[in-house]
Design a binder for this molecule. Sequence first.
Ligand code: C2O
Ligand code: CU
Length: 491
Amino acid sequence: MTSAVTFTACAFDSGFGQDASPFVPRQPAVFETALPIPPLAESEVVDGVRVFSLTAQEGRTQFIDGMTTPTWGFNGAYLGPTLRARRDEKVAVEVTNALAETTTVHWHGMHLPAAMDGGPHQPIEPGGRWRPEWRVDQPAATLWYHPHPHGDTEEHVLRGLAGMFILDDDQSQTYGLPQDYGVDDIPLIVQDKKFLADGRFQLDSQGNEVGLLGDVVLTNGAWGAVFDVTTELVRLRILNGSSARTYDFAFDDGRDFSLVGTDGGLLETPHSTDHVRLSPGERAEVVVGLAPGSQAMLRSLPPDLGAVAVPSAYGGLDDFDVLLLRAADQLQPSAPLADRFAAIPRFAADDADTSRTFEVQNREINGRRMDMDRIDEVMQIDTTELWEVTNLDLFPHNWHVHDVQFQVVDIDGSTPGPELRGWKDTIYLEPRRIYRIMMRFEDYVDDEKPYMIHCHLLLHEDEGLMSQFIVSRDDARRNVGDTDGNGGHGH
Ligand code: C2O
Ligand code: CU
């Protein structure tokens, strides 16, 4: 965005008496607002299909005393309800677009046919409807949904379109994990925002290389939120739903907690740690215990962004409070947490049928920007792939793959830490390091409809740091997109 564009917007707005100067929040935030819990979405089982309804709509929300913010939400003014389904269930979502512009709804982390994916190729026009249907075919996990219209994703998410999609399976409910939604199993959608003095969201990233970094951090839409803990253990399903900010979540007293799950499901064993880094789009499920009558502040510490050039410009030096956990004087006993969860069958580099190299630089993958009409990669059905992914820039990027969950084999040749040994769909890319990841394509062949691979820093995605792949049965289509000889593809 050039400054000229910003200037025009200001001039236009002042004509309507609006004040586009930035709102300066009090710091530190005061923690006294009850944490809102997104409601569980209602659903109806019709002919064996669990059907949800989502309507993207406009509304107004008061986040800060004395200020009203025009917002977008699903089935309400801001954010959306939590969808919840079980493995093997058939689900459908009736999506209605009541906005004045085209949007889409993507099921981030979901394994499903490309035509149901809700990426840029499934636009829903104003007043339009879309009804994807699929069978849940993956382990219990904390997924989410958000718009994915090409070029406008950052704005649509910033305005408030996002929600969680929780999957359960038979095993996941036998490990003693807190699972009473809203009581000891808490969704936390963490998003940083910037406000203008008249209450509107700042939607422009103001020239920052990584996109918008806000100075007000909302959890489920509340600034300075407090959660009243009533049980010995609490499970937090933390989603980084921000545009550009990477967080390093920890508690103010440095206490340990158990990291039990990552993007695509539970880890094999709980991992005791005192912090967890999440870049945009990533999730972590953590279990933490509080003593009766005590409190603990969930904070974000300055995240280790790797060898970035200017950490201060990318949020690398920022720390702030996120959510106050306040325990009652008497807590309900919690079940002991199992020390093993389900085994995760591991890929080994030797198992790869195909390898690919991806270099991320500026807004390009292997030297190319997103082109809606170009298929960049063709994955063969029933093959296991090994990808080498590198961020060549000295600023942050991350890497998100649609359709499948992957495993991180190694980073610069070393086995990753426990936090990267479970299923992932999004990983942070520290500059100039080589991430080797593996995944398998075993269903949902479609020679027309692509899935996306992209940076989940939403500005980068909007500006073209995205490529498209199809899953095919036809050998002749292998590398069909590699027409300009750019980059290393299947070899
Ligand atoms: Cu969370 Cu392609 O998106
Ligand atoms: Cu990026």
